[in-house]
Write a protein that binds this ligand. Structure first.
Ligand SMILES: [Zn+2]
Length: 416
């Protein structure tokens, strides 16, 4: 679980900086051996969590003996497979297309295409919230929420949608297309990958960046044969480094007035503008900023769609069109709707990001791996609490800061 607001004492920031032991809350620990054997365990845990959050919502938390704070759960976030499992969602990326590919709308069902990725008024928009995406609602919907938009209680996460989704497909395709089109000395794929990696590595050293990955291979680029659509498999933060590198090198080596290079550079520039603006912004976006972000996002979708169409017409498998593009489209449509509706403050969608939560889960997992099997659950929770005390204490050095933090932390709660 996490609160909406970050630790800043000066303005309302997205809760994405600082040690995650001080910004996230662990609810429970359950070894996978239990819930893999008995899936009901997983749903029983969610039921317990929902009950606890219902109690918090109704009775609140007393702080300092006087003030009572009532946490309000704004949504549930996680990667797409987890959301599908927790929400018992039947329309998702892994379903047959006739069932629909999106829990928010009927896109993907017969007569409701989702591939129109550039329209501000796509056909599927009229089907948003038209039909429940589950036969039986998940346990977490017992938490008090807005019934009108209960589909969107399960949030879209930009990290899993773009950095480890669309972005990896975009970057991997750009690299393969660059190798095949004489951006590097060698047109042979293996030699071209080595040369591209050497170039990227030099760029990282020049810009004082440290990627997690260590080479370009057919495996990391998801390109075992020419009939595969390239799909990167690397750390999400590397996707951004790769886009910055491509933005710098592509215009140097080919005329960007040519169609494919032009769209690749436009895609890099627009998505960097989109992400950099969002990451620099506080929790609430001014309408002009939100509009700016939205335009950059649509420009990226336009570039990607053009590249996919050109490659399709040439008969080559590059720039795959996958359901995560539809979720990114949802992301932009929601932002655009808030701007058009004239909202004066628009919630920064990065507050639903799972990037820091991945770090938090990793830290807790590392603790659990260092404990004895027989006492794993208890010891992990105990050591988590020790880490909490350490990092909460270092983040809140004065009583005044502690009071302010308690305001910030218990105004809103999100689930991870
Ligand atoms: Zn949809």
């Amino acid at each position: 679980m996490q609160c909406a607001l970050g630790l800043s004492q000066h303005e309302q920031e997205v809760n994405s900086t600082g040690n995650t032991f001080a910004t996230r809350f662990l609810y429970t620990v359950c070894p996978s051996i239990y819930y893999k054997k008995k899936p009901d365990y997983f749903h029983d845990i969610l039921k317990g969590l929902a009950n606890d959050l219902c109690k918090l919502y109704h009775t609140g938390i007393r702080a300092g003996g006087k003030q009572v704070f009532f946490p309000v759960c704004l949504g549930v976030k996680g990667d797409w497979p987890w959301l599908a499992k927790a929400g018992k969602i039947l329309r998702h990326f892994n379903r047959q297309s006739s069932h629909g590919i999106c829990h928010l709308c009927l896109a993907g069902k017969t007569d409701t295409p989702w591939e129109d990725l550039v329209s501000r008024q796509p056909f599927w928009l009229s089907t948003v919230s038209a039909e429940a995406p589950w036969r039986e609602a998940g346990e977490l919907l017992a938490i008090p929420h807005c019934n009108i938009t209960e589909h969107s209680f399960y949030k879209i996460d930009l990290f899993h949608t773009w950095k480890v989704g669309v972005g990896q497909e975009f970057v991997a395709s750009c690299i393969i297309v660059a190798i095949e089109n004489n951006y590097f000395t060698s047109q042979a794929i293996a030699a071209g990958m080595d040369e591209a990696w050497s170039d990227f590595h030099t760029w990282c050293r020049t810009h004082h960046k440290s990627p997690h990955m260590s080479s370009f291979t057919r495996n990391t680029l998801g390109f075992e044969s020419n009939t595969d659509y390239p799909q990167g498999s690397w750390h999400g933060s590397d996707t951004i480094l790769l886009v910055r590198w491509l933005k710098d090198i592509l215009p140097l080596r080919r005329n960007i007035n040519e169609e494919v290079p032009g769209y690749m550079v436009l895609g890099c520039e627009s998505i960097l503008l989109f992400l950099d603006t969002l990451y620099r912004s506080p929790l609430w976006l001014e309408p002009d900023i939100a509009k700016h972000v939205c335009e950059a996002g649509f420009l990226f979708l336009h570039s990607y769609t053009c590249l996919a169409n050109i490659c399709y017409s040439l008969g080559v498998c590059r720039f795959a069109t996958k359901p995560k593009l539809h979720m990114f489209h949802h992301f932009l449509i929601s932002l655009n709707e808030a701007v058009v509706a004239g909202h004066t403050s628009i919630l920064n969608p990065l507050c639903f990001n799972c990037e820091a939560d991945e770090d938090f889960v990793g830290r807790c997992s590392r603790i659990s791996r260092k404990t004895a099997t027989a006492t794993k659950v208890l010891r992990t929770l105990q050591r988590y609490l020790i880490n909490c005390k350490t990092h909460w204490a270092s983040n809140r050095s004065s009583e005044a800061a502690a009071v302010q933090a308690s305001h910030m932390c218990f105004n809103t709660v999100w689930l991870v």
